[in-house]
Write a protein that binds this ligand. Structure first.
Ligand code: SAH
Length: 352
C-alpha cells in the first residue's frame, strides 16, 4: 500500500476521524494489504472492549406488508408477486418465548410499514414481551413513525430502534426511494429516537445502485458525527421483482473494509455481521466478525413465513427452525474463535 494510505489508516486509528475527502480516498485507493491492516486494528479495538464475545439478537420478521415503495426492497408495495403475511401479537410473543428458552435476551421486531401495527397494537406486544421477560431488551425496526408514536413505544418499554439511514447523501437517497419518501424525514426520525432515549441504530447498504466512494465517505462522516449505538451495514443484493433487479450486488470485500473502518471510528459501536453478508458468501458472517463486527442476528421467525420476508434474492436462513439457526451460528462463531454470549448485549463504555 502507498504511504498516503498507510498514513490515513494510522490517523484514523489514532484520532478516530478523517476528513470527508480522506475517507473517500481511503475507500477508492484500497488494497488487500490496507484491508488487512484495517481489520487487524479493528479486531484489536473490538477485543479491547468486548473480548471474544459476540452478541446475539433474535430476529422476528413480524410483517412483510408495507406501504412504502423503496426501489431496492423485495417487499415494496408494488411487488405484486410477494405473498403477504403478518404475525399476530400472540404469534410474536410465542416466538419470543421460544427464543427466550434458547437463550436470547434481545428481540428485534422488524417489518414493513404495516398499518395494522398501530401504536396500540405494537405497544401491547412490547408490554407483553417486557412483562414476561423483564431481563430482555426489545428492539424495534418498523420504519418511519411520528415522534409521538416513537415516544409511546418507548414508554411501553421498547429499548432500542433500528432505522438505517440508507445513505447520507440527499440526492442519492432520492434515487433509492419514491418521491413521497424523504431524506429529511428519515433523519428527523433518527434524531427523535435519540432524543426520546432509545439506543439507536442507523446503517446503509454497501454497493447500492448509484453509490460511489463519495456517498460512502458521507456515510462514514455521518456515523462519525451521529455516533449511533448500533450500525447495520450489509451488501445490497438485487431482488428480481424490483426496479433494481439488474444492478450488481455489493461485495464481501468492500463490506468488510467498511466494517473495519466503522469499528475504528467508534470502537464500542455494536456492529452486526448481517444476513445479507452471509447471503453473498458462505462465510460472509464469519468474515464480518473477523473484520470487526460483534453481533449476529439469528432468525426466530416462524419457518412457515420466512421465505416470504424476502428483501432480496437468495436470502439465507429461511428453512431452519430457530434452534437450528442459533446452533448453526454458534458453530460458525466457535470455528473462528469467538463465543456467542447470552445477555442483553448493551453497548459498553470505552474506558480506554
Ligand atoms: N421497514 C423497516 C425495515 C426495513 S428492512 C425500515 O424501514 O427500517 C431492513 C433493511 O434491509 C433496510 O433498512 C435495508 O437497508 C435492507 N434491505 C432492503 N432491501 C435490500 C436489498 N435488496 N439488499 C440488501 N439489503 C436490503
Amino acid at each position: 500500500m502507498n504511504e498516503t494510505l498507510r498514513g490515513l489508516i494510522e490517523t484514523l486509528a489514532e484520532r478516530r476521524r478523517l476528513l470527508l475527502e480522506e475517507y473517500e480516498r481511503l475507500i477508492r485507493e484500497r488494497t488487500p494489504d490496507a484491508a488487512e491492516l484495517l481489520a487487524s486494528l479493528a479486531v484489536k479495538e473490538r477485543k479491547r472492549i468486548y473480548g471474544d464475545a459476540v452478541y446475539t439478537r433474535g430476529l422476528l420478521e413480524i410483517s412483510n406488508i408495507c406501504k412504502n415503495d423503496c426501489l431496492y426492497c423485495g417487499i415494496r408495495k408494488s411487488n405484486t408477486h410477494c405473498e403477504r403475511y403478518r404475525l399476530t401479537p400472540e404469534q410474536i410473543v410465542s416466538c419470543a418465548a421460544e427464543g427466550y428458552a434458547l437463550g436470547f435476551r434481545t428481540f428485534v421486531l422488524q417489518g414493513g410499514e404495516d398499518a395494522y401495527f398501530t401504536d396500540g397494537v405494537l405497544c401491547g406486544v412490547v408490554t407483553e414481551i417486557k412483562s414476561r421477560f423483564p431481563d430482555c431488551a426489545v428492539t424495534l425496526s418498523m420504519g418511519e413513525r411520528s415522534r409521538e408514536s416513537y415516544q409511546r413505544l418507548f414508554d411501553a418499554g421498547a429499548d432500542r430502534y433500528l432505522l438505517r439511514h440508507e445513505t447520507a447523501d440527499m440526492a442519492h437517497y432520492q434515487k433509492l426511494h419514491p418521491p413521497e419518501m424523504s431524506f429529511e424525514n428519515r433523519m428527523r426520525c433518527l434524531y427523535d429516537l435519540r432524543e426520546i432515549g432509545y439506543q439507536v441504530g442507523c446503517g446503509f447498504m454497501v454497493g447500492s445502485p448509484y453509490q460511489t466512494e463519495k456517498e460512502l465517505a458521507q456515510d462514514l462522516k455521518f456515523i462519525e458525527t451521529f455516533r449511533p449505538d448500533m450500525c447495520g451495514i450489509g451488501p445490497f443484493i438485487p431482488h428480481k421483482n424490483t426496479p433494481f433487479r439488474d444492478f450488481p450486488a455489493g461485495t464481501l470485500e468492500l463490506t468488510c473494509y467498511l466494517l473495519s473502518i466503522i469499528r475504528l471510528i467508534y470502537p464500542s459501536v455494536l456492529l452486526p455481521a448481517t444476513t445479507a453478508l452471509g447471503t453473498i458468501h458462505p462465510l460472509g458472517r464469519e468474515r464480518g466478525i473477523q473484520a470487526g463486527a460483534n453481533v449476529v442476528m439469528p432468525n426466530l421467525s416462524p419457518v412457515s413465513v420466512r421465505k416470504q420476508y424476502e428483501l432480496y434474492d437468495g436470502k439465507i436462513c429461511t428453512g431452519e427452525e430457530s434452534a437450528q439457526c442459533r446452533g448453526c451460528l454458534q458453530r460458525r462463531m466457535d470455528a473462528v474463535g469467538y463465543r456467542i454470549v447470552t445477555d442483553r448485549g448493551d453497548i459498553r463504555k470505552d474506558t480506554g
